[in-house]
Ligand binder design. Structure first.
Ligand code: ATP
Length: 191
């Protein structure tokens, strides 16, 4: 999976709609201190489903441009991520408003974070994905628990969708077994 384009609008220091293209090969983002390099990475984390508290600032409203250099604050923040997997194009977008409401879309249609996670499976992106390693997070990866490392390996091997489906089926089975046990004891009581 390749990141083709990242579009920021009203997100942190990016008041204006800003389009970042990632041509084939390696891309680097350079700029003076405070110019917004980390905000680009934050936007990437945001659009793939990070919770506000997992981002710098910690509060949803801090993700929205708060005004400055003669510009009024923005009422919303929106990030759009365009990816390709072979010939398939995937577009993920997330928008939050000042009242805290938000909208997540997958290929233009409203979607849940779960659907986004499934669509990005195997890419290392997504909530808690291994593809984004922030400043000071290298040791976190090195000291991660075996369960977390296994999750990263499963994702890299393309097994994430299968393990997610397995976990969901397991939970449904457990609920059904508990229900069956309840019904059996109710039946025994009535006999
Ligand atoms: P460094 O090289 O020092 O790490 P950087 O290029 O990574 O800097 P960022 O940390 O991405 O810079 O950007 C910081 C800038 O973003 C600061 O000027 C800060 O005021 C601005 N900023 C952060 N949140 C908002 C917001 N909600 N509205 C407007 N500006 C914001």
């Amino acid at each position: 999976m390749r990141i083709e384009r990242l579009i920021l609008h009203g997100f942190k220091s990016f008041a204006e709609r800003t389009v970042l293209e990632f041509p084939h090969g390696l891309s680097g983002i350079i700029g003076p201190n405070g110019s917004g390099k980390s905000n680009v990475i934050e936007a990437l984390r945001f659009v793939v489903g990070a919770r506000a508290r997992e981002l710098r600032g910690g509060r949803a409203e801090e993700l929205i441009f708060h005004g400055g250099t003669g510009r009024p604050p923005m009422p919303f923040a929106e990030v759009i991520l365009e990816l390709t997997r072979g010939r398939e194009r995937i577009t993920v977008s997330r928008r939050i408003e000042r009242d805290g409401s938000q909208e997540v879309r997958l290929n233009g249609r409203r979607a849940s974070f779960r659907q986004i996670e499934q669509a990005l499976a195997g890419s290392g992106l997504g909530r808690n994905g291994y593809a984004i390693v922030g400043q000071g997070e290298v040791s976190g990866i090195l000291h991660a628990s075996p369960e977390v490392l296994l999750g990263h390996l499963e994702d890299a091997a393309g097994l994430r969708t299968v393990t997610l489906a397995h976990r969901e089926a397991q939970a449904r089975l457990e609920r059904a077994e508990a229900h069956l046990a309840e019904l059996s004891s109710e039946l025994a009581r009535r006999q």
